[in-house]
Design a protein. Structure first.
Length: 136
């Protein structure tokens, strides 16, 4: 199974009810295409890094999906929706596999700090030297 992250930004002009129906609609489209919803997060209204379609804020929403099929239908519907100002669909399972493979190959070793080498000499003592600025 492939893992996808779908992040989309809803227009700030969309009301709470419309936003809820839009999210439910896209969730339904994903599930009809054979995807299983692993995680869903509503990040809420956030400021955009730059203006998009004259908007400086947007409502962020994230889906984490598992699917054997592609997300072409979901992508097409998001592209054609007026309520969504920006979206991105990223396949994340190759990154997870790569991270697991590297973790197996390089297990974390307990790091031991080397003991300081003593030469038998004591450390020089620090003494305070008066300066001219301190005297009135």
């Amino acid at each position: 199974m492939r893992t996808y992250e779908v992040l989309f930004i809803l227009s700030p002009q969309v009301t709470e009810e419309e936003a809820k129906t839009t999210v439910d609609e896209f969730r339904g489209v994903a599930e009809k295409s054979g995807a299983h919803l692993k995680n869903e997060e509503a990040w809420g209204r956030r400021r955009l890094a730059y203006t998009i379609q004259k908007f400086s804020e947007g409502n962020y929403h994230l889906f984490v999906l598992e699917s054997d099929s592609s997300m072409a239908e979901l992508d097409r519907r998001m592209r054609n929706s007026d309520r969504i100002i920006r979206h991105i669909i990223v396949r994340t399972d190759p990154d997870q596999k790569r991270a697991e493979k590297l973790a197996k190959r390089n297990p974390k070793k307990e790091r031991v700090r080397p003991a300081p080498a003593f030469t038998g000499e004591s450390a020089p003592e620090m003494t305070a030297v008066p300066t001219d600025e301190a005297q009135p």
